[in-house]
Design a protein around this ligand. Structure first.
Ligand code: AVJ
Length: 355
């Protein structure tokens, strides 16, 4: 079997989806549940782009950076010498995987934004080699990334069952309740792409979906010297700039826009006040963004900057108390020798019982 059997579930309600997910986990075979139709995703992109361009200041949703081309460019970013987060987190995981497995015992691994699942290989090795068979649920909006990940996992890890979810985080998280005992995994400091308010909502929905005793492994990038952070988002080879421009190339491909890509400049600056990288696309010439599916179009002025992504950086003494307010206890903090990045093993609190 080269491809995962794809089941299109895009018309199902959360309840039905949850039971479909539960029976896929129980079925002991590889599956890919698609909760998201391809047509939906073009309309989602169109609506989100229109909303972002109508807002002031203008800001686009960074989840749309990851189409087929964008995911490939992102993979390339992770290999740039300036981009330290991926290799730092990978080294922490390689070191910590076995200890994490011992702390959690057997759990279903639920990975949000799994991408190519390369870092997760350390965890899969630890859980798969432990004798018991394990179940891995990669969740991604990129179907091609999910299929590639599924293929490589099935060829490298015999006793791991793969149940992929092609869906957004919002669609996937409510399904987690039926996977307990489980560990949700959110690596790469992707939580940093959410605003503080969005992150709060995310932690709350995660706390609601996980059962008491379930685990949550969260990877976050830490505050450090600005020069190191800014270099990571301004790589010398220009791959990150290409990644930013691809969002506009995608508008040309999917929304019928005709944006002159050469005039779109990538700007990545760190704001100390907001503790985040802010990536803007600057239009060097006036332009127009056409959204054909909605019959809308937006003028962009010369020199105008559109926010395409933020990447927040964290301090443990702020983040840990915040997570505790959502009912997550800290089981273990893993970090690298330079303290550039951290992996937090959290556990959803058990309700206090009196006997
Ligand atoms: C998806 C969170 C891992 O914010 O560092 C990398 C995305 N954007 N370079 C990050 C990204 C530009 C990345 N993460």
């Amino acid at each position: 079997m080269d491809h995962l059997a794809v089941k299109n579930c895009s018309s199902l309600k959360t309840e039905e989806l949850r039971s479909r997910f539960q029976s896929s986990l129980a079925a002991n075979c590889h599956t890919l549940l698609q909760t998201h139709a391809e047509v939906d995703s073009i309309m989602d992109f169109a609506r989100s782009t229109a909303r972002g361009l109508a807002a002031s200041p203008r800001r686009l949703d960074c989840q749309f950076l990851y189409d087929h081309q964008g995911s490939a460019l992102y993979e390339q970013i992770t290999r740039q010498p300036e981009y330290y987060p991926t290799r730092t987190e990978d080294a922490i995981l390689a070191e910590a995987a076995e200890e994490i497995r011992q702390l959690t015992g057997p759990v279903t691994l639920l990975e949000l934004g799994s991408g190519s699942s390369t870092k997760t290989a350390h965890l899969l090795r630890a859980y798969g080699d432990s004798g018991a068979s394990a179940c891995y649920v990669p969740i991604d909006v990129s179907l091609s990334a999910l299929q590639a990940a599924g293929r490589s996992i099935r060829s490298g890890h015999d006793n791991i069952q793969v149940v992929g979810l092609h869906s957004t985080y919002d669609q996937a998280i409510p399904l987690f309740a039926v996977a307990s005992p489980a560990m949700a995994i959110f690596l790469g400091s992707t939580v940093g792409n959410l605003t503080a308010v969005e992150a709060g909502r995310f932690y709350r929905s995660m706390a609601e979906a996980l059962q008491p005793g379930d685990y949550f492994l969260l990877g976050v990038d830490l505050v450090k010297d600005i020069r190191i952070i800014e270099a990571a988002y301004n790589d010398g080879a220009g791959v990150t700039a290409e990644f930013t421009r691809n969002l506009f190339a995608r508008m040309n491909r999917e929304l019928g826009s005709a944006i002159e890509l050469d005039s779109v400049e990538h700007l990545a600056r760190y704001s100390e006040a907001r503790q985040q990288i802010e990536i803007h696309a600057r239009f060097n010439h006036p332009g127009r963004i056409e959204i054909a599916p909605l019959r809308k179009s937006f003028e962009v002025g010369a020199g105008e900057e559109i926010l395409v992504e933020i990447s927040r950086k964290f301090k443990l003494d702020q983040l840990i108390p915040e997570l505790e307010t959502y009912g997550f206890g800290i089981k273990r903090v893993f970090t690298d020798p330079k303290q550039w990045f951290t992996l937090l093993l959290l556990q959803r609190g058990r309700p206090i019982t009196f006997s």
